[in-house]
Design a protein around this ligand. Structure first.
Ligand SMILES: Nc1ncnc2c1ncn2[C@@H]1O[C@H](COP(=O)(O)OP(=O)(O)OP(=O)(O)O)[C@@H](O)[C@H]1O
Ligand SMILES: [Mg+2]
Length: 282
């Protein structure tokens, strides 16, 4: 059965788009069929996967307005081995329209998504209309939270909003996991925030074992239009998103393909290239 995951947090810049692309690519590497949906009018995920200047601008906005169908909206990234629906030029218009109900995305996707194992929706930081549509179309939520004080507070506020939303709309969506992101092992604060998250009665049981460390390679990959696995396959970023994919597969009740190895989490220190060169020579 298709697993539909909204990657969501109303706090901006916490690693939502980075998680969508690299989690999607990690799952595709394990032979799962993946569809990514860009539901952010800023189009960060789209700009990562395609050169928008050469595009006709069709995307999620048109799908929601009903001016194109599913098959006209999807595109293929051969590099990541995934399908995706870019944001397109008209997604912002939706947020300006009145009386948008939160069920449209789910209706437009319909049974088309059944050919995928995972559908991952990249949500905007604002626009409750679009977030509501993502939540109503999904069965699971991944919440990236940056391991700093204000993002943690923002994450807790978002969880409160989510509880209200679920009861108001009778939404059948559950938290698959909370993902600590941009963890910086050089700062005491990152460690303290991670501990606070894990020890919290409400958050603790939901926090993934995987911690995504700060890694410049993750920040460079969008500019190269590549996933972290193509941009820097030996980086800590590649390691962390592989580890996340394994947890997502397991928490989804699916079988992890045999060759998948559980990657070490934050204890792992990336081997500097010079050390690797030295090891090769000796
Ligand atoms: N683990 C990481 N290490 C280093 N840089 C990162 C990491 N994760 C994300 N970044 C960078 O941080 C910035 C914000 O990340 P990203 O765009 O994924 O967040 P977002 O939550 O989608 O933001 P927005 O709310 O604006 O959509 C980007 O420049 C991204 O490349
Ligand atoms: Mg984003």
């Amino acid at each position: 059965m298709t697993k539909v995951i909204a990657v969501v947090n109303q706090k901006g810049g916490v690693g939502k788009t980075t998680t969508c692309v690299n989690l999607g690519a990690a799952l595709a590497q394990k032979s799962f069929k993946v569809l990514l949906i860009d539901l952010d009018p800023m189009g960060s995920l789209s700009g990562w996967l395609i050169d928008e200047h050469t595009e006709n601008g069709t995307g999620t906005g048109d799908l929601l307005r009903g001016t194109v169908g599913f098959l006209e909206a999807i595109k293929r990234s051969e590099d990541l081995a995934i399908d995706f629906i870019p944001a397109g030029k008209h997604l912002n218009d939706i947020t300006l329209m009145e009386n948008i109900d939160p069920f449209i995305l789910g209706e437009r996707l319909g049974s088309w998504i059944e050919k995928y194992d995972f559908v991952i929706i990249d949500c905007p930081p604002s626009s409750n209309v679009l977030i509501a549509n993502a939540l109503m179309a999904s069965d699971s939520i991944v919440i990236p939270i940056q391991t700093e004080t204000l993002p943690l507070k923002g994450g807790i506020k978002f969880l409160q909003w989510l509880t209200d939303f679920k009861s108001e709309y009778n939404a059948n969506v559950n938290i698959l996991g909370i993902l600590p992101c941009m963890f910086d092992s050089r700062t005491k604060l990152s460690g303290q925030i991670l501990e606070t998250m894990k020890l919290s009665e409400n958050l603790g049981p939901l926090v993934f074992n995987t911690v995504v460390r700060k890694n410049i390679r993750l920040a460079e990959a969008p500019g190269q239009h590549r996933s972290i696995f193509k941009a820097a396959s030996k980086s800590s970023g590649a390691n962390d998103y592989t580890s996340l994919a394994i947890e997502v597969i397991t928490r989804s009740g699916l079988q992890v393909p045999e060759e998948a190895v559980i990657a070490p989490v934050i204890e792992a220190i990336e081997t500097p290239a010079v050390v690797e060169d030295f090891n090769h020579q000796n």
